[in-house]
Design a protein around this ligand. Structure first.
Ligand code: SAH
Length: 248
């Protein structure tokens, strides 16, 4: 079981697999006023940067589940590096339908809401692991500017304009689900550059090291086209943020 190989190549050097910077993650951890020993569940935990740094900085403990074997291994190494391997555990697996045995104080899904079939489904899934009064974290794109055409949405790698909402629309949708939005931290274009542009050097280095790999043609095509696509579409139109929710 694994994610499509292209992500394991392009994001192999990322610690954070979304447009958040280390500062954004730290800001969010502080904003949530985490108590030591809080349990945090993270569906689609990637390379584990959120759990590992919050364990180091706030004394939380927790579990991450991710379908990428590579990212899960990197998460375990990061936990050891930060001296928090006893507090956080990482499971390689499909997080769809995952419910924690013991209820948690924070249940998160950052940049992987397809795991629950969309934002509403993921909130419903996370809620099953949450103790009363706990906080749900959703990391999700939104339209900074509404795309004028469906082609522009597709340029942002969305299936259609309707895949995402505007920021006010997204915030309103949480209320419609009977949740209070209690905090949020938004990425900016510098953060998007860190997420997207970091893939380019990784791809170039991978190509130089693996010129004869069957996959080289696909990676080469992406490296050639991605910078212009990104600057034209994603960077202009797409925002990203993490939204902290509490049931009303
Ligand atoms: N939350 C992390 C990773 C976001 S990228 C971070 O912010 O850094 C999306 C992640 O979802 C990837 O790590 C990918 O491997 C993982 N993923 C995709 N489908 C999944 C599934 N069905 N179950 C668990 N993880 C999944």
């Amino acid at each position: 079981m694994d994610i499509p190989r292209i992500f394991n190549v392009t994001e192999s050097a990322h610690r954070i697999h979304n447009p958040f910077t280390p500062d954004n993650l730290a800001t969010l951890g502080a904003a949530l006023r985490l108590e030591p020993e809080t349990r945090v569940l993270d569906l689609g935990s990637g390379s584990g940067e959120m759990l590992c740094t919050w364990a180091r900085d706030h004394g939380i403990g927790g579990t991450g589940i991710d379908m990428s074997q590579l990212f899960t291994e990197q998460a375990e190494l990061r936990a050891e590096e930060l001296g928090v391997a006893g507090r956080v555990e990482f499971i390689h697996g499909d997080a769809a339908g995952y419910v924690a045995d013991e209820k948690v104080g924070v249940a998160a899904c950052l940049g992987a809401t397809w795991i629950g079939g969309g934002v509403a489904g993921t909130i419903g899934l996370l809620a099953q692991s949450l103790r009363t009064g706990g906080i749900i974290l959703i990391g999700e794109p939104y339209w900074r500017k509404l795309p004028p055409t469906q082609d522009v949405a597709k340029g942002c790698l969305a299936g259609a304009i309707s895949d995402f909402l505007t920021l006010p629309g997204l915030l309103a949708s949480f209320g419609d689900l009977d949740y209070d939005l209690v905090e949020m931290v938004l990425a900016n274009q510098d953060g998007w550059d860190r997420y997207e542009a970091a893939k380019w050097l990784t791809m170039r280095r991978w190509l130089d090291a693996n010129p004869d790999d069957d996959f080289a043609k696909e990676v080469r095509a992406q490296l050639t086209s991605e910078p212009e696509r990104y600057a034209t579409f994603t960077r202009e139109y797409l925002g990203w943020g993490v939204f902290a929710l509490m049931a009303r």
